[in-house]
Design a protein around this ligand. Structure first.
Ligand code: HEM
Length: 95
């Protein structure tokens, strides 16, 4: 599963370790919010290995996305939970 506090799910090819992840730890929340808005494409790494993609969460509200970002940042990132709904809105494109 994605965004796990301390556990990396091995062998599944999906998921990122949240604790210590540089996107979660960054003082600048732009990448974290952007990855929720846009998702991530699935990738083929080599002939035998692929990486699952991440779905977009753009259908959630700005307030919901801000709450998730703040949870991840305070719980795993050692950052303040200071992401506002307005900040999320400012990172939405074409809206
Ligand atoms: C809304 C809750 C979620 C948040 C906040 C979140 C956040 C993140 C973050 C911060 C990363 C790391 C990006 C980076 O290192 O730059 C990531 C990667 C990833 N997420 Fe999510 N995620 C969420 C839900 C999900 C779900 C539900 C899935 C699967 C169905 C998923 C699949 C993935 C995968 C596969 C990666 C790794 C992609 C790669 O390294 O190529 N995520 N996610």
């Amino acid at each position: 599963m994605p965004l796990q506090g301390g556990v990396v799910q091995r062998g599944s090819g999906i998921g990122a370790q949240a604790a210590g992840n540089s996107t979660v730890r960054s003082a600048d929340a732009r990448n974290l919010v952007q990855v929720m808005l846009d998702g991530l494409p699935a990738k083929r790494l080599d002939r035998d290995t692929a990486r699952a993609g991440m779905p977009s969460y753009a259908s959630l509200s700005n307030a919901e996305l801000a709450a998730i970002a703040n949870f991840a940042r305070t719980r795993w990132g050692g950052q303040p939970g200071d992401i506002s709904a307005a900040k999320v809105q400012s990172l939405r494109v074409d809206r």
